[in-house]
Design a protein around this ligand. Structure first.
Ligand SMILES: [Zn+2]
Length: 723
């Protein structure tokens, strides 16, 4: 296993970027063994890397009709490439087997990466249909590769000989992870179990696509329609105009539509004065996928959970969580559960205190009710306004989206890492509101291409995420092409795009992922950048959120959109102080969702409940949290992360990585804060290392100790001073 001595090996590489890049194409370009297998030639726009800078996708040439043939060709090519490796008459070696595998599937990768941005951000019926058709075929394709006995025999032969081989650190990690991936995919199962596994995977893939499409449709259909403008009291004119426009777009002229976001709480609940409207909006959200009919996801969920448990059983694991966590930093479900249980009591205590303050506010205003989930944000904002004299409408004029990006996020990246950015207009985009930047490293050399897609759209899926069109690798001498997607409410025609402070934090968060991709310095694409486990990959992104409230950063980007005046010092201070406000809710909704995820994936196949809502209610009651007031951020039936996005038994990772980032924040503070030296150390130990490191070792190399839970609680204001 790769331990400290090996860490030093790749640190040298990270310190010598240029050297690594220039030696990228030597040894592995050695002629590969002659084989009899013919590799088909791809055609169309995805057949070769684009001719644009950084091999950026050429959206001017890409049509919806290109994806299906390109993905089909890509699968055929990859299959032939694998067969050529299997058929190689030479004895298996690291180069002719392990590295050769890294060279396969290039066209499929190009096509799928672009397809993913299209289905995720500008989808339509054509793309949805292609997605639904191809998803199960892609899953079967992947199974066919990883359940290929001839290839696995070669991989195993190389792996079994590893003690006798002399390898670089990265080579050794690649060998280990390649072998593990085959085993995890079922390569060592019996033929009967393999056949069962193939069926399960194909069905699971179809189900998760169906879940995802159903949820997108439900979220759209279940928007709240209001016919009386008076019921929207409390909203700004711009928000009411947006609701009217949204109604017109749906053929509901003269009415108002409040679109749902994919979380339980809805942003406008904090300002709607009318309690009935709040309750109606909340109930639309909470019940969007449990109303029976076409938009109900519960049957899909039961089948997914059952199949996952059956799959785990094929591998001899008691439940899907145990199967899923083999490569995680937390190592076992028990470790993750113990970590979460350690957060429950301080969180519940804060929830009770906050609820009492809110109930006092309700009473003071003459209300004869106690707080319910649909009231929480509304009164919490009032308590916040009273406590901090601060509300979103006071700060929003200072958070113009582009300025947050360029004068906030980019500014911090310059101070920490020496990066500079240049906007460019010559790179085609998938939607006119997307902007593109070249990212330059501290020495002035090109580092990456970065796209920013900030605004909510009806045909964009909810949430925010980072991904890329080209992954960094020295093997292919390719630099990263990265994009960030967010769902900030779009400005009304002619209005500036103003962000809430939550949006601001999300912009910083997603850029933290982008940095992890941009600083990647790996030879092999499968180990590059963000190719790390769920409970590590959210560490760089959460660590980057810290800089949103760093005083010099905040002073630089928080300027009034009309006057350019900096945010007044007292308002700045309030924004910073308010960071620890309402954390019983914020931490509680995430913790409840994370516990719910683990409850669903801690079940054996025979234990999947018949009644999804009853199981959920019982699970939430056992969390030790006040979930009747602070419901989970995602309910079971619209929990896309775990049913369709690869976070199954992994939602805890957001909190685990928050622990890592809070510890790292304290390390920055103890060592001089936002300096180039600290940024460089973070880059050298974590951000540039991709999946080549032992994550616990890397964390110790950065901060000097193992992660502790206290910094997380302290950052959220949930620990008494001095602890
Ligand atoms: Zn993230």
């Amino acid at each position: 296993m790769y331990k400290p001595a090996l860490l030093i090996g790749t640190a040298l590489c990270a310190a010598a970027l240029g050297a690594c890049t220039t030696t990228a194409t030597d040894t592995t370009m050695a002629p590969t063994a002659p084989t009899q297998t013919a590799i088909p030639q791809g055609t169309g726009v995805f057949a070769d890397p684009s001719g644009l800078p950084f091999h950026a996708p050429d959206f001017t040439r890409i049509q919806d009709s290109d994806f299906k043939p390109a993905i089909e060709q890509g699968m055929a090519i990859e299959k032939a490439e694998w067969q050529a490796i299997a058929d190689n008459p030479q004895a298996p070696t690291f180069d002719n087997t392990i590295v050769a595998l890294q060279r396969t599937g290039r066209m499929l990768d190009r096509a799928q990466r672009v397809f993913s941005v299209m289905t995720g951000t500008v989808t339509n019926d054509t793309l949805d249909a292609v997605d639904a058709e191809l998803s199960p075929r892609l899953a079967a394709h992947s199974d066919a590769l990883y359940l290929n006995d001839e290839i696995f025999a070669r991989v195993k032969a190389v792996y079994d000989n590893r003690a006798a081989m002399s390898m670089t650190v990265e080579d050794a990690v690649l060998l280990e992870k390649t072998y593990e991936r085959f085993v995890h995919a079922g390569a060592e199962l019996s033929p009967e179990a393999k056949a069962q596994l193939r069926d399960i995977n194909t069905r699971l893939s179809a189900l998760s696509t169906e879940f995802s499409q159903t949820l997108t449709q439900a979220t759209k259909d279940e928007a709240l329609v209001v016919s009386d403008r008076a019921a929207l009291a409390g909203l700004s004119d711009a928000e009411i105009t947006a609701a009217a426009t949204s109604a017109t777009e749906r053929g509901l002229d003269g009415q108002y539509v409040i679109a749902l976001q994919n979380t339980t709480q809805q942003p406008l609940l904090s300002s709607l004065d009318n309690r009935d409207t709040r309750k109606a909006l909340y109930e639309k959200s909470w019940n969007r996928t449990v109303g029976g009919g076409d938009n109900d996801t519960r049957a899909l969920i039961k089948e997914i959970a059952t199949l996952r448990a059956q799959k785990a059983a094929l591998f001899g694991e008691p439940d899907y969580a145990s199967y899923q966590m083999y490569d995680r930093m937390a190592e076992t479900p028990e470790n993750a559960i113990a970590f979460m249980n350690g957060l429950a009591a301080p969180t519940a205590k804060a929830q009770a205190e906050d609820a009492a303050a809110i109930n006092a506010m309700i009473k003071a205003e003459g209300g004869d009710f106690t707080v319910q989930p649909w009231d929480w944000d509304y009164y919490a904002s009032k308590v916040r306004a009273e406590k901090f004299d601060l509300d979103d409408n006071a700060t929003k004029p200072y958070f113009e989206v582009n300025r947050v990006l360029e004068d906030g996020v980019f500014f911090a990246a310059n101070k920490l890492y020496g990066l500079t950015f240049k906007k460019r207009t010559d790179i085609p985009v998938w939607h006119p509101t997307v902007s593109v930047y070249t990212v330059y490293d501290a020495d002035g050399s090109e580092l990456a291409l970065f796209y920013f897609d900030p605004f909510q759209r009806d045909n964009k899926r909810g949430g925010a995420w980072m991904s890329g069109f080209v992954g960094q690798s020295h093997l292919f001498d390719e630099m990263p092409v990265i994009y960030n997607v967010l769902n900030i409410p779009p400005p009304a025609e002619g209005e500036p795009a103003l962000a809430s402070f939550d949006n601001v934090e999300t912009i910083f968060h997603e850029f933290g992922h982008a940095l992890h991709g941009m600083f990647a310095d790996q030879r092999y694409p499968s180990l590059s950048g963000t190719a790390t486990p769920r409970d590590f990959v959210e560490f760089p992104s959460q660590a980057n959120e810290k800089w949103a409230v760093e005083p010099t950063v905040l002073a630089n980007y928080a300027r009034h959109y009309e006057t350019g005046e900096p945010m007044p010092a007292e308002l700045l201070q309030k924004v910073q102080e308010s960071q620890t406000f309402d954390q019983g809710y914020a931490l509680g909704e995430t913790l409840a969702a994370a516990m719910l995820d683990m409850d669903w994936h801690d079940l054996a196949a025979g234990e999947i409940p018949a009644d999804v809502n009853a199981f959920e209610a019982a699970a939430l009651a056992e969390t030790g949290l006040h979930t009747n007031l602070v419901p989970p951020r995602y309910r079971t039936s619209y929990f896309r992360h775990v049913w369709a996005s690869g976070y199954a038994a992994g939602y805890y990772a957001y909190l685990w990585t928050e622990m890592l980032s809070a510890n790292t924040g304290e390390w920055f503070d103890a060592n001089g804060g936002m300096t180039r030296a600290n940024g460089q150390k973070f880059r050298d130990t974590v951000l540039s290392r991709g999946g080549t490191i032992d994550y616990n070792d890397a964390f110790r190399a950065l901060t000097g100790s193992d992660p502790q839970v206290q910094p997380l609680l302290r950052a959220r204001g949930l620990l008494d001073d001095g602890q």
